[in-house]
Ligand binder design. Structure first.
Ligand code: UDP
Length: 439
């Protein structure tokens, strides 16, 4: 029987534009998972906080997928660090919505700790089983970021409680699993490791000359690409320092494209991280080598990855990291820091190189090797395409996820509340339905 699944993703909507501070891998993961689960026959509703009054409360996004906007807090953007106080309202509204549905959900798949909090309450009240993917762990962030981490202290106890209550906990990579066991005492028997993926219809190699033309950088200079959310954790400062080091010590004048931000043009007032990095490039004397582009849409990204000679990503914490997969799918080798998911997805010396985070000299040495050898880039690039195609398509991820769902669902729940509660004003306007173009 086909499953009916509620994907719960409080701050990361599949409809949002990605690349800024709060929208990135989780939005992509939820969107792609929904799309590929429905291809496998599941019915999917994605529940996310309503933050845009121009969108209706219920969106028929794709055949078999609805996005349900839950009113919890202001109908306006709220930083995810400030969202926890709205999660009780989210729970109540979601329970009301479930009460209006003729078919019960077989299970909930919660994404991020606040959705885990909501899923725990719903399981307690309606008996719906749930899986949780944390996407990032508070304890790891606390170790690495200390007091600069703005999330409320309750995050740790919520994560711990969610790991206890969940019917399954999805780790994105072996490091994620290890962190849950060592920092939270999670039961290894409830943890299942399922990675994130890439979409082969969007990410494939494009002829380099054509790709450079498409992105407006039609020059023969060596090109390094950094692409992702613009937050300090991504370690883009390390990349800029490495570029400065390469210029001073190896005489290599490579171009660095930095793609990402809260707008499609580089705007430090909207993305302060761009201002900080531009200042650093100035200090390193390499401003003329660095181009900030702002964010780019998904359908353009294969041109950026294909145009680059090397893709670089050196975060100090990365629970998974989808961008290295996208780059490898386009045949561009990756130099990545040996942390989290990158340790598994990037095969050292086979599809790129692994370097320690926060060590610009080590990064510069590997970038220089790749910039000097087209032959090596071709070899690594070919292996990269083969490697990700075999292990990391979203279809493959969805198949593993569906197998997990079948283990923990269908719901042995008591079903939705027999008393159909009146809709709150926000949900009462759920009759408006629009169809959005595919992402
Ligand atoms: N991304 C995008 N446009 C941009 C910048 C980023 O579509 O301008 C996408 C990128 O292609 C990737 C996701 O955002 O799919 C980032 O995911 P990742 O797992 O690498 O990092 P996270 O955002 O989870 O920290």
């Amino acid at each position: 029987m086909n499953l009916t699944v509620a994907l719960l993703s409080e701050h990361a909507s599949p409809l949002a534009a990605v690349g800024g501070v709060d929208a990135g891998g989780q939005n992509i993961a939820v969107a792609e998972l929904a799309l590929h689960l429905t291809k496998l026959g599941a019915n999917v509703d994605v529940f996310t906080r309503w933050d845009d009054p121009s969108l209706p409360t219920l969106v028929e996004w794709q055949p078999g997928i609805r996005v349900v906007h839950i009113e919890a807090g202001p109908i306006a953007p709220v930083a995810k660090e400030d969202m926890l106080p709205h999660m009780d309202a989210f729970t109540e509204q979601m329970i009301r919505f479930i009460g209006t549905q003729s078919r019960p959900y077989d299970l909930i798949h919660a994404h991020f700790f606040m959705s885990g909090y909501v899923a725990c309450q719903i399981k307690a009240r309606l008996g719906i089983p749930f899986a949780i993917t944390f996407h990032a762990l508070g304890e790891v962030r606390r170790q690495l970021q200390g007091t600069s981490d703005r999330f409320p202290a309750e995050r740790f106890s919520i994560e711990r409680q969610t790991m206890l209550e969940a019917d399954a906990v999805v780790a994105l990579c072996p490091q994620d699993r290890q962190d849950m066991m060592s920092l939270y005492g999670a039961n290894p028997r409830t943890i299942v490791t399922i990675p994130n993926g890439f979409n082969p219809e969007q990410f494939y190699p494009v002829d380099k000359a054509l790709a450079r033309l498409m992105i407006g950088h039609d020059t023969p200079e060596p090109m390094i690409l950094q692409l992702g959310r613009m937050v300090p954790r991504k370690g883009v400062d390390n990349v800029i320092r490495a570029l400065g080091y390469m210029s001073r010590h190896y005489g290599i004048q490579a171009r660095l494209l930095v793609v990402g931000g809260d707008s499609e043009t580089p705007d430090p007032s909207r993305t302060p991280e761009i201002g900080r990095l531009a200042h650093l490039a100035d200090e390193e004397g390499i401003s003329h080598q660095v181009t900030f582009t702002g964010s780019r849409k998904r359908e353009e990204l294969r041109y950026y990855y294909s145009a680059a000679d090397v893709f670089v990503t050196t975060p100090w914490y990365e629970p998974f990291g989808i961008t290295p997969l996208e780059s490898m799918a386009c045949g561009t080798p990756v130099v990545g820091s040996a942390v989290g998911g990158i340790k598994c997805t990037v095969l050292d010396n086979e599809t790129g190189f692994l370097v320690p985070p926060n060590q610009p000299e080590a990064l510069a040495a590997k970038l220089a090797v790749l910039i000097h050898s087209k032959h090596l880039r071709t070899l690594l690039g070919e292996e990269a395409i083969r490697h990700v195609g075999q292990h990391y398509t979203w279809q493959h991820v969805a198949e593993q996820t569906l197998a997990l769902y079948r283990r923990i669902g269908p719901s042995k729940s008591v079903g939705p509340s027999p008393i159909h509660l009146p809709l709150l004003p926000a949900m009462a306007s759920a009759d408006k339905t629009i169809v959005l173009a595919p992402k």
